[in-house]
Design a protein around this ligand. Structure first.
Ligand code: NDP
Length: 502
């Protein structure tokens, strides 16, 4: 099999215009170069060719952005903006993103490698929904009045709580669905009156920069959203260390999350960590196998498996094991692998050569430990970083391919006999992000759900992050939640006010 690279003739004029401009950082309303020279290339994973260069931000650039974000936090224009006006501004931003959805989808296709229609309708769709959902919150950030009685004899009080923005937020973004995850941090920032400095992934920064341009066009006051590009161990670390940053919202790997948590302790920041996963998929013997195999295939091969909630460990009840594995493998073989801009592509390339090599090394380790390839397992010839959607069977629960996050289009299959064994196997990793159950028996589903140690349980469904539903992990999959009311709680402080009235 051979796969082609992206055809740039299909780019719309807006995407071309963006790619032709010089990439910079956004600090306030200024698009600025780095304080020191230095840049890194952004690579098209369908070909390995360079799309553009991005400035390498320094700790000085981060400091400038944080100072501006901190000053904006206390600027009456933003601090005192009525909640309904903030809501209106957020809807205007969402309208503008809607008008640029095709362009943003193409940028994600070029940068991440995902099919551009997935970028446009699924990822940008979620970005818009998240912004609109969060736009409902500014008008509902209320405190409470408390009757605290007479805690001091013959002295009466009026006591209440109020919600206030947590402060300057430092957001650190991974490369796999960068636009969506950036919005998961931007939307609660806007809803609560915080300000934000974003450090995109060095691998996929493009759509986030375009999003920041659109925010200014929508009338979000300058300084509310700032973007400094750069490497994690330089710009990212400077953001986590900065004393004027009150909160870090990080999405990325477990290893980096642990490091960030340690660093943030020095200045006692409020930290939210959305980390990796190795999510189990439990197929009971009463499942609708046709629907399950399609859903499971989407859930592991979508975005080429580079999804934190990808269902990557398959546990199938023994009676239907062979049939389910065969059906899922057939789905895998039917998926068209190709460049993101091609209209028929279902599965794009992996994001980089390094990452493709890492995924292949996991498959090799699996085979060495006795796994059997039911389908896939190989690199696809061509200029880009493609590999075949892969199903492995005959794997042991303790092997690396079952225990570690591969972050690629690889699923392992293991049989089980009863619900307790399924729950035990599902919980038997250090992760606890998402999980999936396929069954038509509601009683068995309800028996299983409480036994699963994971932040999300989807029953008879592929994963989809809904803005109203909290998103995050148990165990080493993270701390805190993005999305939903829980995110609003993480972006606000509760102030208790007690007034003596006699
Ligand atoms: P990394 O942890 O490698 O990087 C994430 C971000 O952290 C990047 O912007 C990176 O910068 C930055 N970074 C790296 N080191 C530091 C540091 N010392 N201080 C501050 N920032 C730093 O993850 P990936 O980008 O490789 O993303 C894939 C991972 O993200 C997977 O493990 C996946 O499961 C997880 N993920 C979790 C999600 C969730 O919601 N739970 C959602 C999506 C992904 P640089 O630009 O240098 O890489």
């Amino acid at each position: 099999m051979n796969v082609m690279a992206n055809d740039f003739n299909s780019l719309i004029p807006d995407t071309r215009r963006f790619l032709e401009q010089e990439m910079k950082h956004l600090i306030g309303d200024n698009w600025v170069k780095s304080s020191k020279s230095g840049s890194f290339p952004v690579i098209d994973p369908s070909s390995g060719s360079i799309l553009t260069e991005i400035p390498k931000g320094t700790s000085q650039d981060i400091d400038e952005a944080v100072q501006v974000a901190n000053a904006t936090l206390n600027d009456p224009l933003w601090r005192d903006m009525p909640p309904a006006s903030r809501e209106k501004l957020m809807h205007r931003f969402a309208d503008l993103i809607e008008g640029h959805a095709e362009e943003l989808g193409q940028l994600e296709a070029l940068d991440v490698g995902m099919p551009s229609v997935v970028g446009q309708f699924v990822e940008v769709g979620n970005v818009i929904e998240t912004l609109r959902y969060m736009a409902g919150w500014p008008t509902k950030l209320n405190g409470k009045t408390m009757d605290i009685g007479e805690p001091i004899p013959e002295k009466r009080f009026f006591a209440y709580t109020k919600r206030e923005p947590v402060g300057v937020v430092g957001a650190i973004i991974p490369w796999n669905v960068p636009l969506m995850i950036a919005m998961w941090k931007i939307a609660p920032t806007l809803a609560t009156g915080c300000t934000i400095v974003i450090k995109p992934s060095e691998v996929t920064p493009l759509a986030t920069l375009r999003l920041a341009e659109l925010a200014l066009d929508a009338g979000i006051p300058p300084g509310v959203i700032n973007v400094v590009n750069g490497l994690g161990n330089e710009a990212g670390q400077a953001l986590v260390e900065h004393p004027l940053v009150s909160k870090i919202s990080f999405t990325g790997s477990v290893a980096t999350g642990k490091l960030i948590n340690k660093t943030a302790t020095d200045t006692l920041k409020n930290v939210t960590l959305e980390l990796g996963g190795k999510s189990p998929v439990i197929v009971l013997d009463d499942a609708d196998l046709e629907k399950a195999s399609k859903g499971i295939s989407m859930g592991i091969f979508g975005n080429t498996g580079q999804v934190c909630v990808a269902g990557s460990r398959l546990y199938i009840q023994r009676r239907v094991f062979d049939e389910a594995v065969e059906r899922i493998s057939k789905e895998a073989r039917s998926l068209k692998v190709g460049p993101g801009l091609h209209p028929e592509t279902k599965i794009g390339p992996l994001v980089s050569k390094d990452h493709r090599d890492k995924v292949i090394s996991y498959i090799d380790a699996g085979l060495k430990s006795g796994a059997e390839t039911i389908t896939g397992g190989s690199v696809i010839d061509g200029p880009g970083y493609y590999i075949e959607p892969t199903v492995l069977s005959n794997v042991s629960q303790s092997s690396k391919v079952v225990q570690e996050e591969i972050f690629g289009p690889v699923i392992t299959a293991i049989p089980f006999d009863d619900l307790d064994e399924a729950a035990h196997l599902a919980n038997d990793t250090s992760y606890g992000l998402s999980s999936y159950i396929w069954s038509q028996n509601i009683q068995r589903v309800h028996q299983l759900v409480p036994k699963i140690r994971a932040g999300q349980v989807y029953v008879n469904s592929t994963p989809f992050p809904h803005p109203a539903m909290p998103m995050g992990g148990y165990k080493q999959s993270g701390i805190g939640r993005d999305l939903g009311e829980e995110a609003i709680n993480h972006y606000t402080e509760h102030k208790s006010v007690v007034i003596g009235i006699n």
